[in-house]
Design a protein around this ligand. Structure first.
Ligand code: FES
Length: 82
């Protein structure tokens, strides 16, 4: 099992948001999972990977500001037909 010390450390880190990649999306649920039907993708779809989009799970370009502010290099995954 996990030691009491580790448990407390993890609990504190979790409360502080340490190590979390998701700062704000659906924080009231335990795990964010989204479903998009393939049939609904007409041409292509850009899916957010920076966790900053206001149009989750789609990319709205917010990765640009995030990358600029942090030096990160995130961007969407684009799903497209061949
Ligand atoms: Fe998150 Fe573009 S807004 S990848």
């Amino acid at each position: 099992g996990i030691s009491y010390y580790s448990y407390q450390t993890i609990k504190k880190a979790k409360e502080a948001g340490n190590g979390q990649v998701n700062p704000s999306i659906k924080k009231d649920i335990k795990k964010v999972v989204d479903f998009i039907d393939i049939e609904d993708i007409t041409e292509k779809v850009s899916l957010c990977r920076c966790w900053r989009s206001k149009n989750w799970p789609y990319c709205d370009g917010a990765h640009g500001a995030h990358n600029k502010a942090t030096g990160d290099n995130t961007g969407p995954v684009v799903v497209r037909h061949k």
